[in-house]
Design a protein around this ligand. Structure first.
Ligand code: HEC
Ligand code: HEC
Length: 255
């Protein structure tokens, strides 16, 4: 960690100590509010989150603190549970959400999912050959039948903007974040609610091709309709081995 970012971390700790109190209080009072008041209050109460995740959850400046705005509500809720229950790790944040009820985590998830903010232009400029980028595109849009790998679009939506209510989009994410998340699934640092289909997906992609996949994704602009799709594309059924505990409806289950 650089000197700058360790200073930043120290500063954030201070901010968190002051703001965590108001976040805790929030849980008790939020229920009595009407929807408009709910949004107002949530903006106040999630200030501690925005210290890292940027104003309105638009993402931090450096590809490390992910965007929250506009991601599917159940996906965000699952992630908060994942941090609280040890399937994802970031201690500073986990400490902040540990005391909150599951219901309140769901309310924060809903709040961020409803925020509509424009996406930044894609900014990936890592060195990679056009052949490798084409390989990345092929894996994302067609998969690799010889490895039992479906196209990413089969679960993440034809436009790759995610699928309601629990599959996130893959566009508008910085290269560093994509690489970090795929790498974390590879090493077991990130897990989803089991069965963990993404762990299976990552296992089926050679390490070198993972970089091609994230490099291609991080170069794509969002389509005009950047919202998560209502449902996954119909067609080829997903392999049984790729059941997703956090997205049962991909296999015809209830969300
Ligand atoms: C100290 C900085 C910090 C604070 C404060 C913080 N987060 Fe985070 N959050 C992170 C980091 C870093 C990650 C990504 C960790 C990783 O690499 O997996 C993250 C990830 C997340 C994710 C998963 C996003 C995704 O797309 O998978 C959610 C949801 C989230 N945070 C919500 C919140 C909420 C709600 C709050 C306020 C209660 C909050 N965070 C406060 C740093 C923070
Ligand atoms: C069988 C369905 C399925 C397939 C195929 C699939 N994914 Fe996923 N993916 C998911 C689900 C479900 C999640 C949410 C996991 C969770 O709840 O934590 C996810 C989450 C992710 C995330 C985390 C996003 C974030 O904001 O943190 C990334 C990155 C990702 N997938 C990349 C890919 C890529 C790249 C491919 C294609 C090579 C792919 N996925 C194929 C189901 C799938």
């Amino acid at each position: 960690m650089s000197l700058f970012s360790s200073r930043l971390t120290l500063l954030l700790r201070l901010v968190l100590v002051t703001l965590a109190g108001s976040l805790g209080l929030a849980a008790a009072t939020v229920q009595a509010q009407t929807p408009a008041r709910f949004a107002d209050n949530m903006a106040e109460r999630t200030r501690a989150c925005m210290a890292c995740h940027g104003d309105q959850g638009r993402a931090g400046p450096d590809g490390y603190y992910p965007r929250l705005a506009g991601k599917p509500a159940a996906y965000l809720h699952h992630q908060l549970r994942n941090f609280a229950q040890g399937r994802r790790h970031y201690e500073l944040m986990t400490r902040l959400i540990e005391p909150l009820s599951d219901e309140y985590l769901g309310e924060m998830a809903l709040y961020f999912s409803l925020l509509e903010l424009p996406y930044p232009r894609p900014s990936a400029n890592n060195v990679i050959t056009p052949e490798r980028l084409a390989k990345g595109q092929q894996l994302v849009t067609q998969g690799d039948a010889s490895r039992g790998l479906p196209a990413c679009t089969q679960c993440h939506g034809a436009r790759l903007t995610g699928v309601q209510p629990n599959v996130p989009g893959l566009l508008g994410l910085p290269l560093d974040y994509l690489n970090a998340q795929l790498g974390a699934w590879q090493t077991g640092q990130r897990k989803a609610l089991g069965p963990d289909c993404m762990a299976q997906v990552v296992q089926r992609i050679p390490a070198d091709d993972l970089n091609a996949v994230s490099s291609w994704l991080a170069r794509q602009a969002l389509p005009a309709n950047a919202h998560p799709a209502a449902q996954a594309p119909q067609g080829t059924p997903l392999p049984e081995a790729l059941r997703c505990g956090s997205a049962p409806q991909l296999h015809g289950g209830k969300p």
